[in-house]
Design a binder for this molecule. Structure first.
Ligand code: CP
Ligand code: NVA
Length: 300
């Protein structure tokens, strides 16, 4: 039988996504150190890019569940010396129980999954960051209840996080207002597939009207460091600040996947202010991914 993979949020149904969110909340609130469903199991974590949250949350999650996680970087594996992805997937999956991969090209994750005999998890690609959305949605559910029918505003780059928000809107049925500078909008095929739920706006202020949740991310993602200065100019009107939060609903939340650049995509006043839930969001990476690991590895 083919294993279940998590290369994209769209690998889940809406019902499965809600199930993982609710299970994550349950695991967080009723932590039981004796519950070790992954005893003796090993997660291989391949990181071709930096990480704090993703690495630590998967390591801690596997440990709490009685298993282990093995950190692999291209510097010290043959992947970095050009061993084909297909061969690596076959070999690594013959020895471990699950593989998490953080890499540039989304295709690397889908090829890896096709040739892996165990579940493959997307730990971020240039196109999508689905694990972060499990945590973001868990956080929204904890603070405000179900997100169905609510309005989320995305301001900034139409990047991997924005794409995964589009997928979350499709699965959980919320409205997503997006404001990105021309030339930095999300992939048109993703917008089209989401239908009327997803709307593009010309200005950040228009997009923020009546929002229940405002979200942003860095202007220059990993791999775009050389574009930093030019992006600072292009994105200067796409910052989440007090004026944006004032246009949103009074009880709107603010989220950011972190790491953040205060004074660029968000002001310190907002990210360190009362509407911000960024540290609960970061902690929830642990709980949401434990629920994901259980879903992929323990479900009959
Ligand atoms: N948000 C997130 O994925 O953080 P890391 O890059 O630290 O893993
Ligand atoms: N868009 C960012 C997210 C980091 C968690 C990046 O890809 O670098």
């Amino acid at each position: 039988m083919n294993p279940r993979h998590f290369t994209s949020l769209l690998d889940l149904s809406g019902e499965e996504f809600r199930g993982i969110i609710n299970r994550a909340i349950e695991l967080k609130n009723n932590h039981d150190p004796d519950y070790q469903p992954l005893k003796g199991r090993l997660l291989a974590m391949i990181f071709e890019k930096s990480s704090t949250r993703t690495r630590i949350s998967f390591e801690a999650g596997m440990t709490q569940f009685g298993g282990n996680a093995s950190f692999l970087s291209p510097r010290d594996t043959q992947l970095g010396r050009g061993e084909p992805v297909q061969d690596s997937a076959k070999v690594i999956s013959s020895m471990v129980d699950c593989i998490m991969l953080r890499t540039d090209k989304h295709e690397t994750v889908t090829i890896f999954a096709r040739h892996s005999s165990v579940p493959v998890i997307n730990g971020l690609t240039d196109q999508q960051h689905p694990c972060q959305l499990l945590a973001d949605m868990q956080t929204y559910f904890e603070f405000r209840g179900d997100i169905k029918g609510k309005t989320v505003t995305w301001i900034g780059d139409g990047n991997n996080m924005c794409h995964s928000y589009i997928h979350a809107a499709m699965l959980l049925d919320f409205n997503l207002n997006i404001a990105c500078p021309a030339g930095y909008q999300p992939l048109p095929q993703f917008i089209k597939a989401a239908g009327e739920r997803v709307r593009l706006f010309n200005t950040a202020l228009e997009a923020a009207q009546n929002a229940d949740l405002c979200v942003t991310d860095v202007w220059a993602s990993m791999g775009q460091e050389e574009e930093q200065r030019q992006r600072e100019l292009v994105f200067k009107d796409y910052q989440i600040n007090a004026a944006i939060m004032n246009a949103a609903h009074k009880d709107a939340l603010f989220m950011h996947c972190l790491p953040a650049h205060r004074g660029e995509e968000v002001t310190a006043e907002v990210i360190d202010g009362p509407q911000s839930v960024v540290f609960a969001e970061a902690e929830n990476r642990l709980h949401a991914q434990k629920a994901l690991l259980e879903f992929l590895l323990c479900k009959k």
